[in-house]
Design a protein around this ligand. Structure first.
Ligand SMILES: Nc1nc2c(ncn2[C@@H]2O[C@H](COP(=O)(O)OP(=O)(O)OP(=O)(O)O)[C@@H](O)[C@H]2O)c(=O)[nH]1
Ligand SMILES: [Mg+2]
Length: 280
């Protein structure tokens, strides 16, 4: 049986925990076709069971604090071949990544997470302001003169001062230097909250190029370090804090999930993970 240590990267609120909750339900419930299914229940699933309960009730999963970070392990079986594997994922807090960015350091455990044979799930939410706008982009839209504020007094640098894509590129650049082992890593970009996208049939790859061009260009121009694919994922199925919730709770839970991207069935959240593990 092969063991895959996958890594998850994502700033606060990028949809990491909701994805794990939906994945746990999908694997356990067998309601829709997926590339792999749950093989057996081994180990401690307290965290997965806690988050999946909220997910099944169409409630927001609790945000992950640094104190609540855990690793989960799932024994799965490939649907087509019957091959068995153990998948390990950390559920890290977005705050840990912010800390890594501002202190320029990370834990040995984090480094170890990138040593194994798995790949990386990198999360970014579609449910946020468009990134990368500068005052020059906005200027023509604002009537009157744009007043450029005077420089403020010195403030300590924080990751919120720069755009999401700059932070994500920085997090990926960490992996290109020691102590991380060199080599080509697979990265599945998961654009979460894909349900907020108004344009039907929008390609996740096009979304990435339009919304996060720096991240796209970085991945594209570093084939010696990263091989990437892009998926649009709605792990919740919609905004559970809105009126949509009443429509969502009556659905068969796994059919709320949407996954758009290469080689995937419409509800199959396992597709990005299967690609991380495949040899093609
Ligand atoms: N509309 C919509 N919202 C989503 C979806 N998935 C997650 N969200 C929302 O995104 C927010 C953050 O989700 P989390 O899964 O907690 O994000 P996280 O990356 O684990 O955040 P931290 O634990 O703070 O690092 C929550 O308000 C979720 O309800 C989705 O598929 N659709
Ligand atoms: Mg979380």
């Amino acid at each position: 049986m092969t063991s895959f240590q996958h890594s998850i990267i994502g700033l606060p609120g990028s949809g990491k925990t909701t994805f794990l909750a939906a994945l746990w339900h999908l694997l356990d419930a067998n309601e829709v076709s997926s590339k792999f299914v749950l093989d057996k229940l081994v180990g401690d699933h307290t965290h997965l069971n806690t988050i999946v309960e909220a997910w099944r009730r169409c409630e927001e999963v609790p945000r992950t604090s640094m104190a609540a970070e855990v690793k989960v392990s799932i024994h799965v079986k490939e649907t087509a071949s019957g091959k068995k594997a153990v998948l390990h994922f950390p559920d890290l807090s977005g705050e840990s990544f912010e800390r890594q960015l501002s202190t320029r350091s990370c834990t040995p455990d984090y480094v170890g997470g990138f040593e194994g044979s798995g790949g990386i799930l990198l999360f970014v939410t579609a449910d946020g302001p468009s990134n990368g706008m500068t005052i020059l982009d906005i200027a023509p839209l604002v009537p009157g003169e744009v007043v450029i504020e005077k420089p403020e007094e010195h403030r300590e640098w924080t990751p919120e001062m720069v755009s999401t894509q700059v932070n994500l590129v920085d997090l990926l650049q960490f992996l290109q230097r020691l102590p991380f082992r060199p080599g080509i890593r697979r990265v599945a970009i998961v654009v979460s909250a894909w349900d907020v996208i108004q344009t039907p049939d929008l390609e996740p790859a096009y979304w990435l190029q339009r919304e996060l061009p720096l991240l796209h260009q970085f991945l594209y121009s570093n084939p010696g370090s990263f091989e990437f694919r892009i998926y649009g994922v709605s792990a919740q199925g919609g905004d559970v804090t809105s009126d949509r919730k009443s429509d969502l709770v009556v659905k068969t839970p796994s059919t709320r999930i949407r996954c758009v991207g290469p080689e995937t069935d419409p509800h199959d959240l396992t597709s990005p993970i299967a690609w991380l593990m495949s040899s093609e």
